[in-house]
Design a protein around this ligand. Structure first.
Ligand SMILES: Cc1cc2nc3c(=O)[nH]c(=O)nc-3n(C[C@H](O)[C@H](O)[C@H](O)COP(=O)(O)O)c2cc1C
Length: 287
């Protein structure tokens, strides 16, 4: 039984469906046939979206949701480049809450981000509650405090002159520990930076490209958020801690087999960046 069907009365035989998806569609003697199932179809919806005769339906997708694309949005390249360059990691936020409707719009943006093999595996945990943020932040700091203390212990037995990657990593863990404890001692949250909203993007590990899917979703959200007056920062520290520290993983409470793959904090920015920031040129090899 094919998931996709062609309305013979509407089909104009253009074959665009077969050009796009030769795995599921075939053309013989000007007749197009389709056999779409789990062996070939990743439910991407391209066949339905491309058909100029509106002749294709996918039984696993809601026809109502295939709204016309309309006039393609045009961006001036200079404007879009400025939009990219104006993005900064913001760590100072107004105390103003982000309305639920706006958070729902952010989630909607994540929904349309692409995923490997169209697995659509990304899930999001939204944390707004101050007490909950405090628990997650404190547990993350506990992790870095422990890891930093262990790293300091290891460093004591290492020759000072060896600048190996292992030594540099240990030194970094000690710095993290010191910086976090110092921040905590003056009442500052070194993990979530007092942001009103934390978004944790997680996915089952047993799926196609879990990390990429979550990072693409969070990046899509972070950029879209800017159009709503919000700014964000990735929080890799929480991700590292969640992966390595069972008490934090337990407090987050992910479904079995899932892992946090990307974290964003977001809110209304307090500071305004006035100049673009310089960056190293990308090393490129033109093959
Ligand atoms: C994957 C990733 C993880 C990050 N993790 C943290 C983090 O845990 N805490 C933090 O304050 N900033 C974090 N950042 C922000 C970076 O420090 C920031 O992107 C970088 O300094 C460049 O600044 P910009 O984003 O303003 O261009 C992270 C950025 C990325 C891309």
């Amino acid at each position: 039984m094919s998931w996709v069907s062609i309305d013979e009365g509407k089909c104009n035989g253009c074959g665009i469906c077969a050009i796009r998806c030769p795995r599921c569609f075939s053309v013989s003697e000007d007749k197009i046939s389709v056999q779409a199932d789990e062996n070939c179809c990743i439910i991407c919806g391209h066949c339905v979206s491309l058909c100029p005769a509106d002749a294709i339906t996918h039984s696993l997708m809601d026809a109502e949701n295939f709204e016309p694309v309309g006039v393609p949005v045009q961006y001036e390249p200079d404007d879009f480049m400025r939009f990219i360059r104006q993005r900064r990691s913001h760590r100072h936020f107004k105390s103003k809450a982000v309305p639920k409707k706006i958070i729902q719009q952010l989630i909607e943006a994540a929904r349309y981000a692409p995923t490997g093999s169209n697995v659509q595996s990304v899930e999001i945990i939204v944390v707004e509650d101050a007490h909950r943020k405090r628990i997650l932040s404190d547990l993350s700091v506990d992790f870095f405090a422990e890891a930093g203390a262990k790293a300091a212990e290891q460093l004591r037995t290492m020759p000072v002159e060896s600048r190996t990657p292992a030594r540099l990593q240990l030194e970094k863990m000690v710095r993290y520990r010191n910086n976090m404890l110092q921040a905590k001692s003056v009442g500052y949250d070194p993990i979530f930076h007092q942001a009103p909203v934390v978004l944790m993007f997680h996915s089952p590990l047993e799926t196609t490209t879990p990390k990429d899917n979550c990072v693409i979703a969070s990046t899509t959200v972070g950029l879209f958020a800017r159009t709503l007056g919000l700014e964000s920062t990735y929080i890799g520290l929480l991700e590292i801690a969640a992966r390595s520290y069972p008490p934090l993983a337990e407090a987050i409470g992910l479904p079995t087999g899932h892992q946090v793959q990307s974290v964003l904090i977001t809110g209304y920015p307090k500071l305004k960046f006035l100049r673009h920031v310089d960056r190293n040129p990308i090393k490129v090899r033109w093959d």
